[in-house]
Design a protein around this ligand. Structure first.
Ligand code: DGJ
Length: 716
């Protein structure tokens, strides 16, 4: 009966479709993505590229199938592979209907596809952010078969390209050398950029890429898409260049070890794939993503951020109440907004005096903090600074009371030796009781200490030897359920504490995605705070993430680098300190106090302005970047001379993003006490046109290695 109704519906659709459904157009200010419906009723991606005039759409047809299935005639990587309840592995998706809803700047299009033989439905959802030129794409899969079906592939979308050549830029790394950029030409076959690490998923790969068409794109020229996935877990971007040189890009959750058993009526919704198309190079793509991120993706993306002093590198685990309250004075002296207490404050039966014990026991250590966190919060308040605290709530050390009390709350194989990483294991967050526990850690801390102004949420190991006692025979759901459970906990935290700033920290670089940033105000890009290394690491992240999300702390790392250089590097992102203030010389302290003041005065431009990367550290032994505010009335330029050699003759640098007709004063700021600006153009006034065409010499004389300048460029 059900099937004959389906047949009737299909016949009806055929009649409607024979009157030819007009193309389905998804567009932003500068981009069009067009789908058409073929004679066979399948949906095709007929165009993706620079925005077309409305009249052009009538002539578009053909192309590649929008969401290719498996088990039928398709011989390439499918977007979806579904094994029906009867074991049949085929799927054919044809057009059923579509809707478009516009709300101001945001238009959502849903295309519903159905199989004519099995009651399976897939909805492709595209959300277009008009002004930001960003499109997000996801898919929702459901069915009404009698028994569950098995999903083995479930991409967020599938994008097709046809060009002579394809150039892929990826951002790979590991601990302390994150987001290193590599570009290569794609050859025929398959290239995957992916993670199988579960927690700390982005340890080796940032979930983001550029794909340039025909030629490698530069900052200011070339056609490309920039893509990233809103998923805090295993991801996969598959690039398949076929025998005819057509490219399919398949982004989504990594289906590795993750067959999903979908019950009748249950919805399986993929994470959003976020992309922007640019015909003017990588710089424009970044600016699009930054604007979108601030407006729609990052918690309080357009809000201010707190400057801070963290005690991790100053004390590691070795502190007590007095030492901490002394450090408050350091924060106060620097003029930062907050003191952040890091790891080591908890655990009694198993004190957290090193990374071997105590994780999971979230009670103040009575020896180190006899008067508890409450005392620290009020001391900080008395001294006129805010107080923030470190947590790593998803983890447990075997040496802990938590481990002893709740062995069944831990992800580990029942019949094999534990596989520790940083001496710890991951809690089974798929278990709702564990979700309550994790929520409770945050909630009770904030309930007892409403003065806590900030949290640093750490996550220091990936998943290995993973098995969930809670999921039992459904182990292939573990990776997916873990991430969903992480979001469930964060949803509860955000429902109660909507605006509390929280840093997404995962040992540096382990969690860097827009799925999580919906709940977090910033992330910790790397434990490597050496200024020279940070120039590269922050450069990598700057392609996808706005400056107010990239936490950059000044520490004592960076041999041979002046405090001035390290400070100038941190000031180009979200400034913080992790340093022994009492060991600073008087001049260093004076410089840092001024730097914090300068930063506060410039941070609106850095956080909310447009970023222009002028000289890449990958191309020259220097790096130059600038931020320009919306009105083009103020810009901040950062100039870093790296490992310079005699052969490095630095040419003039044409600036970008200014108004050619305006006059601007060029002024060096953030000078070290006792030094003077040595640029002959300092404090001169230039037209925007001059600055952008002729440019400025930023290294008069021979540039010295590991020196830097910050210039304010202000409309007169
Ligand atoms: C890793 C983080 O990246 C560090 O900043 C610090 O918080 C340590 N964890 C503490 O264990």
């Amino acid at each position: 009966m059900k099937y004959s109704l389906l047949l009737l519906f299909t016949l009806f659709s055929l009649v409607v479709l024979s009157q030819s459904t007009p193309p389905i157009v998804i567009q932003t200010k500068n981009t069009s993505l067009v789908f058409t419906i073929g004679k066979n009723h399948r949906v095709y991606q007929s165009y993706l590229g620079a925005r077309l005039a409305n009249t052009a759409y009538d002539h578009i047809s053909g192309g590649q199938e929008a969401y290719m299935t498996a088990g039928m005639e398709n011989l390439f990587e499918p977007a979806i592979r579904l094994v029906h309840a009867d074991g049949n592995p085929s799927l054919e998706l044809t057009y059923a209907t579509h809707t478009t809803n516009q709300k101001d700047n945001v238009t959502t299009t849903r295309i519903v596809l159905k199989d004519s033989v099995y009651p399976v439905e897939v909805t492709l959802q595209y959300t277009a952010y008009f002004n930001e030129d960003v499109i997000t794409a996801s898919a929702t899969i459901q069915h009404h078969e009698k028994k569950p079906v098995r999903l083995t592939h479930y991409a967020s979308t599938l994008l097709h390209f046809s060009a002579d050549n394809y150039w892929l830029t990826q951002f790979h790394g590991e601990w302390a050398r994150e987001a290193q950029m590599v570009e290569e030409k794609l050859t025929n076959g398959i290239k995957n950029i992916e993670s199988k690490l579960g927690t700390r998923a982005d340890y080796y790969q940032t979930p983001a890429f550029f794909l340039s068409l025909n030629n490698p794109a530069t900052e200011t020229s070339g056609e490309l898409i920039a893509g990233t996935l809103a998923w805090t877990g295993n991801f996969q971007f598959t690039f398949e260049v076929d025998q005819r040189n057509q490219l399919r890009v398949r982004p989504g959750i990594n289906p590795y070890a993750s067959d999903y058993t979908l019950k009748p009526g249950e919805l399986f919704t993929t994470p959003d794939f976020i992309f922007t198309y640019s015909s003017q190079g990588k710089g424009e793509a970044s600016r699009n993503l930054h604007r979108w991120a601030r407006n729609y993706a990052v918690l309080d993306g357009n809000g201010p951020r707190l400057t801070l002093l963290n005690n991790w590198e100053a004390t590691y685990f070795n502190f007590n109440e007095d030492k901490l309250t002394d450090l408050f004075d350091g924060a106060k002296q620097l003029g930062v907004d907050m003191f952040l207490l890091d790891d080591g404050w908890f655990g009694n039966a198993f004190p957290r005096d090193n990374d071997k014990a105590g994780l999971g026991d979230w009670q103040e250590n009575k020896t180190k903090l006899p008067h508890g966190i409450g005392h620290l919060v009020s001391e900080a308040d008395r001294k006129g600074i805010k107080f923030g605290i470190w947590l790593e709530p998803e983890m447990v050390n075997p040496k802990s009371e938590l481990y002893q009390k709740h062995p069944d709350w831990i992800l580990r194989l029942p019949n094999r030796a534990e596989n520790l990483s940083r001496n710890q294991l991951v809690l089974d967050l798929t278990n709702p009781v564990v979700q309550n526990f994790v929520f409770g850690i945050v909630d009770s801390l904030l309930t007892k200490n409403p003065g806590i102004a900030y949290i640093k949420w750490d996550c220091n190991r990936p998943m290995s030897n993973t098995y969930s006692p809670y999921l039992k025979e459904n182990q292939s759901h573990l990776f997916i359920e873990y991430t969903r459970s992480f979001y469930k906990v964060l949803d509860r935290i955000r429902a109660k504490y909507p605006h509390l700033p929280i840093m997404l920290c995962s040992g540096g670089g382990g969690r860097t995605d827009f799925g999580a940033l919906k709940y977090f105000t910033e992330f910790w890009p790397s434990d490597n705070t050496d200024g020279l290394e940070r120039v590269f690491i922050q450069w990598g992240y700057s392609y996808f993430f706005p400056a107010n999300t990239i936490a950059a702390h000044i520490t004592s790392m960076g041999k041979g680098q002046s405090l001035k250089f390290r400070t100038d590097v941190a000031m180009s992102a979200k400034l913080g300190y992790d340093i022994r203030v009492n060991e600073m010389t008087l001049q260093e302290l004076q410089f840092s106090q001024e730097a914090v003041k300068n930063y506060k005065q410039l941070s609106d431009v850095i956080w909310f302005g447009d970023l222009f990367r002028l000289i890449s550290p990958y191309e020259e032994n220097r790096s130059v970047l600038m931020y320009v505010n919306d009105k083009k009335s103020k810009a901040v330029l950062f100039n870093y001379n790296l490992t310079t050699r005699r052969k490095d003759l630095f040419t003039r640098v044409p600036l970008q993003g200014l108004d050619p007709k305006k006059n601007y004063r060029f002024h060096e700021t953030n000078l070290f006490p006792g030094t003077k600006a040595n640029n002959p153009d300092n404090d001169k006034v230039f037209t925007g046109e001059y600055l952008m065409t002729i440019g400025l010499n930023l290294a008069p004389g021979r540039a010295l290695a590991l020196t830097s300048n910050i210039f304010e460029i202000t409309e007169e």
